[in-house]
Design a binder for this molecule. Structure first.
Ligand SMILES: *Cc1c(COP(=O)(O)O)cnc(C)c1O
Length: 419
């Protein structure tokens, strides 16, 4: 199931009023749903002491959403200096932020160290000598190479640009130790939109094994392992959601076993983005044109600038037409935006109820890697973001982009270099 029945019941009856008040298109997120998923995640790992989710900021970098994460006790996973600013603007610092960059620049390191710092996750051996000051607590991102299979979005580990290779990982910690690091964590991120929870269990097992091995060789103790994000959500109808309870139970058993053998166990960290917010957002857009040529095209007032996943990955996003759910009279159409790119399509040859101009389309599961991924190609503006709050009110949490935003970078001081 894409969007939950609860979210639908809370949203659909009010959509015409919301659309009239704010205008279309917009993404709207469901606070109650996000909190319920957060509660389920915490419940699944409740028996692992010091479990903590670090919400992957890039999935939905809106302060109002990040504040909900913070209220649930979550930290933030940041990968750029601007994401660090977002987290710090909410007062997060120190061990509430994990900074997982790759191809890291000196400016990135300086941003990581500033304003109360963060947990630094290094992506390569060479960075040990480039980080301006080795922090007391250091983490490395591990890339197992051919030891693990990858998946469609993130690719095979041996072809991925991320992380420290298996051959290098022990010496990475040895060298960090020599540079003054005293506390250690181990991180990996191998999957994206993975629906089989056992893959994540295997990832936890792999990291715990590696912790055992490195601990023995270097006589160090690991404070945490971080199994990354990548927990999947069912974009297609009739697909079972990831079994978070079974995942929690099996990973907990691994930790209990580790503790039995070693007398301690590291903390478990996770950095889910999609799983936390993906299903709790939808893109609402209005049908404005209908075109019958070789195919039938339904033109809507949003385009790929609002949601790139279908164009970028051929991703499926379930679509419903307000007031026409389950209507018997259907047709096969492409749902398209107005961008001069033929892949600007939210759906290709999709069977939908017969759509008329003015109908509201609900493009589901836009709550992660949706608005955030949008671009301004072709002068297209990204839409506003709304939040359906727990108390039943709706609040605008980001206005729509306007031409003045587009032209902002064209206002600058003249800067000519005479050669
Ligand atoms: C993108 C990303 C995540 C979040 O991925 P999801 O698929 O949204 O869970 C977590 N960690 C890192 C390092 C990432 O790059």
């Amino acid at each position: 199931m894409p969007m939950s029945k609860d979210f639908k019941d809370r949203l659909y009856p009010h959509l015409p009023a919301i659309a009239q008040h704010y205008g279309t298109p917009f993404h709207i997120y469901d606070e109650a749903g996000i909190r319920e998923t957060g509660r389920q995640l915490q419940a699944a790992f409740a028996d692992i002491p010091s479990f903590r989710e670090y919400y992957a900021v890039k999935a939905l970098p809106n302060p109002s959403i990040l504040q909900i994460m913070q209220e649930m006790g979550f930290g933030f996973d940041c990968s750029s200096s601007t994401e660090l600013m977002l987290a710090r603007n909410l007062g997060a610092s120190g061990d509430a932020i994990m900074f997982t960059s790759n191809n890291t620049s000196l400016e990135d390191f300086q941003a990581a160290e500033a304003e109360g710092g963060c947990i630094l996750n290094l992506d390569d051996l060479t960075l040990i000598d480039k980080v301006p000051r080795m922090p007391e607590l250091i983490c490395f991102r591990y890339n197992p190479g051919t030891r693990r299979r990858g998946n469609d979005i993130i690719g095979k580990p041996e072809e991925a640009k991320y992380g420290v290779s298996h051959d290098q990982i022990t010496s990475a910690y040895r060298r960090a130790q020599a540079k003054g690091a005293k506390r250690f964590g181990l991180h990996t991120m191998l999957a994206s939109n993975e629906l089989h929870y056992t893959y994540m269990v295997q990832t936890a097992a792999m990291l715990l094994e590696l912790v055992e091995q490195i601990s023995q060789e270097l006589d160090i103790i690991f404070e945490f392992i971080n199994i990354g994000g990548g927990l999947g959500i069912p974009y297609l109808p009739d697909i079972d959601p990831l079994n978070i309870r079974a995942m929690g139970a099996e990973i907990t058993a691994l930790f209990v076993d580790f503790k039995d053998r070693h007398g301690y166990c590291p903390a478990l960290l996770m950095e889910s983005g999609r799983f936390m917010t993906g299903p709790h957002g939808v893109l609402v857009t209005q049908a404005i044109n209908r075109k019958d040529i070789y195919r039938t095209y339904i033109g809507v007032d949003a385009c790929m600038s609002a949601l790139m996943r279908p164009a970028l990955y051929g991703a499926y996003h379930h679509i419903e037409v307000l007031g026409k759910e389950g209507l018997a009279q259907t047709e096969t159409v492409d749902v398209v935006g107005s961008l001069c790119e033929n892949n600007d399509k939210f759906a290709v040859q999709r069977t939908l109820p017969k759509i008329a101009d003015g109908d509201l389309l609900i493009i589901q599961d836009s709550g992660a890697h949706g608005h955030a991924m949008g671009f301004n190609y072709n002068g297209k503006m990204r839409p506003q973001e709304l939040l359906l709050r727990r108390d039943g009110t709706v609040a605008r949490i980001r206005r729509e982009e306007r031409p003045e935003d587009y032209f902002a970078t064209l206002r600058f001081d003249e800067n000519v270099l005479q050669l």
